[in-house]
Design a protein around this ligand. Structure first.
Ligand SMILES: Nc1ncnc2c1ncn2[C@@H]1O[C@H](COP(=O)(O)OP(=O)(O)OP(=O)(O)O)[C@@H](O)[C@H]1O
Length: 309
């Protein structure tokens, strides 16, 4: 799957700007970005659901949007909002989707049986979709999206409504699908989900600001990480923010994660000095490994924005 110069304008809004991507098959590819950064718009264009303003897309060997109709049969789509019919039973929901894809009676019966078993829906089969739990609804949504055996599955913030245990189980089923050769595009705000993707694109205000595997992104981060343990983290954070070589400061418990400009000659030494010179006790101050959240912050930080109060 390849995009070149992919762009989408909605009137004056440049939702996606010049995005170049190469996404391998049978992998989970994540789109990570702040609200309104263009994740959904980008993926909708790649699935042939939205026509780009400019740029080229080739998906599963097809040109999009020219061959969007043929592609649509090969794509499954699951959105963050529960988009099933809550008044219908699970059986009726699946049957309805089978109808949308014009499945004949034999295929319909076979596929419904397969997804019901695979996504553990047997015990709720005749319950209304509105009367089952969030985790069960999510499994039903995945069963519906996979009913016609798409080669490409698009998940738009798929786990925003479920607890961590169900999220974990959900991701296990995604890896099963990848093993069966399905390619998965997923948009997410959750760092732990992004961490599980084979590769990621980070978008900011419509632009691709970083991409690669989570490990690669951590190595390529445009900042040095300093971990600081001090007796007054709030005060230390405010002090550090006044220095232009400090890109961001985040408090995690009693500790501060400080992102320092990458070309700074002595990040940990300088952070320690600023805090000690103000008379605060430094228990520990040392270089750290970049987390995906650090990568995200460094890639999407607005240099014009001031320090938080
Ligand atoms: N149909 C539309 N008409 C007009 N503007 C739109 C439309 N769809 C998206 N936009 C705008 O395009 C920009 C990108 O939106 P998009 O939904 O792709 O972002 P996102 O990263 O998926 O956001 P979120 O994380 O909030 O879902 C936003 O400014 C949004 O308001």
């Amino acid at each position: 799957m390849v995009t070149r110069g992919l762009s989408k304008d909605f009137g004056d809004v440049h939702a996606v700007v010049d995005v170049d991507l190469a996404i391998p098959r049978a992998r989970i590819f994540g789109f990570l970005g702040p609200n309104g950064s263009g994740k959904t718009t980008c993926i909708r264009m790649m699935c042939g659901l939205l026509t780009p303003t400019r740029g080229d897309i080739s998906v599963l060997g097809m040109k999009v949007p020219e061959q969007a109709e043929a592609l649509r049969r090969k794509v499954g789509y699951m959105t963050q909002k529960f988009s099933l019919y809550t008044d219908l039973t699970i059986a009726e929901n699946l049957d309805f989707i089978a109808g949308v894809y014009n499945m004949n009676r034999a295929t319909r019966r076979q596929r419904i049986e397969e997804v019901t078993e695979r996504y553990r829906l047997e015990s709720y089969f005749n319950k209304r979709a509105g009367a089952i739990s969030g985790g069960q609804q999510q499994r039903l949504a995945l069963a519906c999206a996979m009913l016609h055996e798409p080669e490409l599955l698009f998940l738009d913030e798929p786990t925003s409504a479920v607890d961590p245990e169900n999220r974990r189980a959900f991701w296990e089923s995604l890896f099963d699908l990848v093993e069966d050769n399905t390619t998965i595009l997923v948009s997410t705000h959750y760092m732990d989900e992004a961490e599980r993707c084979h590769a990621l694109a980070i978008l900011d205000r419509g632009r691709l600001v970083a991409h690669g595997s989570p490990a690669q992104l951590g190595r390529d981060i445009d900042a040095a990480i300093v971990l600081l343990d001090t007796d007054q983290p709030r005060r230390a954070g405010k002090l550090l923010h006044t220095h232009d070589w400090v890109r961001s400061v985040a408090q995690v418990g009693n500790r501060l994660r400080v992102l320092v400009q990458r070309d700074h000659p002595d990040p940990a030494g300088s952070v320690g000095r600023v805090v000690r010179d103000a008379g605060l006790a430094v228990r520990r101050c040392e270089p750290g490994e970049a987390s995906l959240e650090d990568v995200f912050v460094a890639a999407t930080l607005d240099p014009a924005a001031g320090a938080p109060e």
